[in-house]
Ligand binder design. Structure first.
Ligand SMILES: Nc1ncnc2c1ncn2[C@@H]1O[C@H](COP(=O)(O)OP(=O)(O)OP(=O)(O)O)[C@@H](O)[C@H]1O
Ligand SMILES: [Mg+2]
Length: 533
């Protein structure tokens, strides 16, 4: 397909772009204050005195997306010498264009087995906008990758490509994955709920600026991947981030074929059932580690965002993952637990109750490392209520699951301390019982220390000035990540009141121990009545 084999890197009006027409404006890439790539301009090979006109002619910029007015009119930013700025951009384009043939998107790297993505792979989806292409060429120029190959996956939000690095020392080729985020408005509407309420993005987001949103989104994935990686959770190694382009380690074989998603995994052998159960337990352990060590909830965990290879699960797609103090974190966690349970039940695994898993993941005490993690899960099986061998018991379990899934989950920490609202409930019944003050985590975990270390040399990523980075961007506002006790004024000045209420609650709880929840009772009565008929 001609369009996917770029031989010319200059922008043209007919060039297809991902979604955002503006993206074909290369001058904005190189000139705009917040996206200026200092590193690129520092390139020693760039001769800023080269003829501006010659370059423009060479790369056809005057007749392209810039328009002829732009070609002759002085730029509004008077601090920068106009001609030199153009020359440097053009020089860079000329410099980079020699790598154009190394972007070979037509070599599609998708297994025939894999269930086809909705989008037709062989369409314009695979054509890069000029900006993105420039970033890729920069990465080739810097030796991040040597060649960019075909798409491993094409989706609504992002395309993932396979890339290869041929090390200069002649070592074996290294496979890499490049995730390129799209800038479609439609998709962003949904992204907002994962970013709003994130203390790491408290500076706010400019919803009107799609390109910035994409950048934030890509940054979010990059940072989250770093956390997972630092915590030893199997995931792609995040390597380089620039604007909407993220380079990471490749989870796949030497030929550049990705490991299958858990959804497409074909387990072999005569102990397949046992393998599925082990994977289930492995995943629950990962979820707890993610929560306790990384302070994250995946928020889109399912068989689609987990890759499988050789008995191991790899977590991917963490752009929407949230801090566990995000207003909706617990709700997302509950959803993740449900998705995971549904999938493994379909594989015939005897799964644990959602509520038990939720408590297991959020309880601050307990192990966060294997093999103790798996042992703790096995223990959950041992202590769970006797297997539901009667209709009544089965119904009660089912009801409990339903109750749990519909239970009120506070959206803010203040709601947690709204004693009036929750005073009647025994603590054990609260979905968020592990978030209560008495249970707060105060010690610093190994993962937090690793994260701190990894981030000690960070630059500030919130200023919009993302340049080709070697894996370090700021998390100055990560202090919340190392939190001790919950915040909230009510928590301080109502201490006395709280103690009193606690005593009352304690007494009530004792009385309630014997009592069956209303909903369960109602349902049981109904079931029994039906049976008697
Ligand atoms: N590091 C990687 N190594 C190998 N394959 C990968 C890697 N990252 C992603 N993939 C492949 O790309 C697919 C899509 O990746 P991911 O889930 O991160 O994107 P996405 O955000 O879901 O995109 P969309 O929602 O638009 O489909 C994965 O299912 C996997 O097959
Ligand atoms: Mg995905």
């Amino acid at each position: 397909m001609a369009a996917t084999q770029p031989t010319d890197v200059s922008p043209g009006p007919s060039d297809p772009v991902f979604d955002d027409g503006d993206d074909s404006d290369l001058e904005s890439v190189f000139n705009s204050a917040d996206e200026l790539d200092d590193d690129l301009l520092d390139n020693p090979s760039a001769d800023l005195t080269k003829s501006y006109n010659r370059q423009r002619q060479l790369h056809g910029l005057s007749g392209g997306a810039q328009g002829s007015a732009a070609a002759s009119a002085p730029r509004s930013n008077r601090q920068k010498p106009t001609a030199n700025t153009f020359a440097s951009i053009d020089d860079q384009i000329a410099e980079l264009s020699k790598h154009a043939a190394k972007i070979r998107l037509d070599s599609v790297k998708q297994d025939q087995d894999r269930e086809k993505d909705k989008a037709d792979r062989a369409t314009a989806e695979l054509v890069l906008d000029q900006r993105t292409r420039m970033i890729l060429l920069q990465m080739i120029n810097r030796g991040v990758v040597s060649e960019v190959h075909g798409a491993v996956s094409t989706g609504k939000e992002a395309n993932v490509y396979n890339a290869v690095l041929y090390p200069e020392d002649g070592g074996p080729p290294v496979q890499r994955a490049i995730k390129i985020y799209k800038t479609s408005i439609l998709v962003f509407k949904d992204r907002e709920r994962y970013i709003t309420g994130e203390h790491r993005f408290k500076a706010g987001i400019d919803k009107g600026n799609n390109r910035k949103m994409v950048k934030i989104w890509a940054e979010k994935e990059f940072r989250n991947l770093r956390r997972l990686h630092a915590a030893g959770i199997p995931c792609p190694d995040p390597l380089v981030l620039k604007l909407n382009v993220l380079v990471m380690g490749f989870l796949g074989d030497k030929r550049g074929y990705a490991y299958p998603r858990l959804r497409d995994a074909r387990l072999e052998g005569d102990d397949v059932d046992d393998q599925w159960r082990r994977l289930y337990i492995q995943l629950l352990g990962i979820m707890r580690r993610l929560y306790q060590v990384c302070s994250l909830v995946h928020a889109d965990l399912s068989e689609y965002n987990i890759l499988y290879h050789d008995g191991r699960l790899y977590i991917i797609d963490v752009s929407q993952s949230v801090e566990h103090d995000h207003p909706r974190a617990l709700e997302f966690l509950r959803m993740d637990i449900k998705n995971v349970g549904d999938f493994f039940r379909r594989q015939g695994v005897d799964t644990l109750q959602d509520r038990a898993i939720f408590n297991f993941i959020t309880a601050p005490e307990g192990p966060t490392d294997e093999p103790a993690l798996s042992q703790a899960i096995e223990h959950l099986y041992e202590i769970r209520p006797a297997v539901a061998d009667t209709d009544e018991a089965a119904a009660a379990l089912e009801v409990d699951n339903e109750v749990f899934r519909n239970q009120f989950i506070p959206q803010t920490l203040d709601e947690v301390y709204d004693i009036e609202k929750e005073a009647d409930k025994p603590v054990d019944e609260l979905v968020y019982k592990h978030m209560l003050a008495t249970q707060a985590v105060t010690r610093k975990t190994a993962g937090e220390e690793a994260e701190e270390e990894a981030e000690s040399s960070d630059e500030d990523g919130s200023d919009g000035g993302a340049v080709l980075s070697s894996g370090h961007s700021s998390e100055a506002d990560e202090s919340r990540f190392k939190k001790g006790r919950p915040r909230g004024k009510k928590h301080e000045d109502k201490e006395e009141k709280r103690l009193h209420k606690q005593a009352v609650k304690e007494a009530k709880r004792e009385r309630r121990k014997e009592k069956m929840p209303k909903a369960v009772k109602k349902r049981l009565v109904a079931v029994t009545a039906r049976k008697k008929k």
